[in-house]
Ligand binder design. Structure first.
Ligand code: ADE
Ligand code: ZN
Length: 344
């Protein structure tokens, strides 16, 4: 669509909610709501260090990425059986449908589970079955396996070896967990092997870490998308590279707020990234922990920063163009997006 209609500010929230979109940065373990954590703990006889849902929720006051990760990994300890992984993913997919997500590329952290003795097949089968069933919801869902960067290269290779027999159940690999002190270079050989396997490649970079980590994610790991990447704005040459090469950035505004990457949502640099011509997208990261699914990210960020309908169209378009969907699916998504804006 070349002419995005002007939309009065009072109608913008409804348009943001209704517009079709893709979600490209969602950790399925980060969609585990406290109620489901307690339900699974009861079902599996797992003892939690919190007495109630309310007490657990009160612990969600984070000062940085690591303070969140400590609680996030503890929450995932209730996941033991294939049905647990199914139930977690299904709950997310229903929320995605409610937010008019047509396509979801979902991260999962197998090492968080295999380290507790849960077999790789249990994790992948449960998640994959939910993704298949999501077709009934009108959501195309795919999985991306993430390596935990605070663990060793050897552990990443072991994880890949366990997952490769199920190679057809995930479309790519990513890199997540504690960024500072764990540069992308640590996983150069693992990503090279994944590339040989024809897997899509993404990595978290420039969330808390410096622009140098974004450069090395591109040059050493050869990723196709950068997860977060907001620190790139400190480096004009990097910004030019990201724009020239149309490298998508999967930005997560409420995550950045809750993990204090930006002190206030009003100070978020999403507008700066879009103005520089980057393929920025809006995503929820860990919605159960950061106070909102993808539509809440759109609504709160637009309210705080004054973005308009042109930006909304660009962000939704970027989400489909930056996805790993095939060309015919992308064309259909974009037609639906244009129809939603034509009716606005
Ligand atoms: N794992 C889950 N959420 C994450 C984030 N925002 N950064 C790094 N690793 C994560
Ligand atoms: Zn993330």
């Amino acid at each position: 669509m070349s002419n995005v209609p002007a939309v009065p500010p009072e109608r913008l929230p409804a348009l943001l909610a209704a517009m079709p979109k893709a979600e490209l940065h969602i950790h399925v373990e980060g969609s585990l709501e406290p109620e489901l954590i307690f339900q699974l703990a009861r079902r599996n006889g797992v003892r939690l260090p919190y007495a109630s849902v309310e007490e657990l929720r009160r612990a969600y006051a984070f000062s940085n990425l690591q303070s969140f990760l400590d609680i996030y990994y503890a929450g995932a300890s209730v996941l033991l059986r294939e049905q647990d992984f199914y139930d977690m993913a299904w709950a997310y997919l229903q929320r995605a449908q409610a937010d008019n997500v047509l396509r979801a590329e979902i991260f999962f952290d197998p090492q968080t589970h295999t380290a507790r003795g849960v077999p790789m097949e249990t994790v992948i089968h449960g998640l994959h079955r939910a993704c298949q069933d999501a077709k009934q919801l009108g959501v195309d869902a795919e999985l991306i396996l993430c390596f935990l960067r605070h663990l060793s290269e050897e552990e990443a290779f072991d994880t890949l070896e366990q997952a490769l027999p199920l190679r057809d159940r995930f479309i790519g690999v990513g890199l997540d967990s504690s960024e500072l002190g764990h540069p992308p270079e640590k996983f150069a050989r693992v990503f090279a092997k994944c590339r040989q396997q024809g897997l899509h490649l993404v990595a978290h970079a420039g969330e808390e870490g410096p622009p140098a980590y974004v450069w090395s994610a591109l040059d050493v790991l050869k990723v196709e998308r950068i997860d977060h990447g907001v620190q790139s704005a400190q480096d004009p040459a990097l910004m030019k590279r990201l724009a020239d090469e149309h490298i998508p950035l999967t930005v997560c505004p409420l995550s950045n707020l809750k993990l204090r990457v930006f002190p206030k949502l009003e100070q978020h640099n999403l507008r700066e990234l879009l103005d520089a011509g980057l393929v920025a997208t809006v995503n929820s990261d860990d919605p159960a922990y950061f106070g909102g699914y993808v539509n809440a990210n759109f609504l709160e960020t637009f309210a705080a920063t004054g973005l308009d309908a042109q930006h909304a169209y660009r962000l939704a378009r970027n989400s489909f163009e930056g996805s790993f969907a095939d060309a015919s699916a992308k064309k259909k998504y974009l037609e639906r997006l244009d129809a939603a804006f034509a009716a606005a």
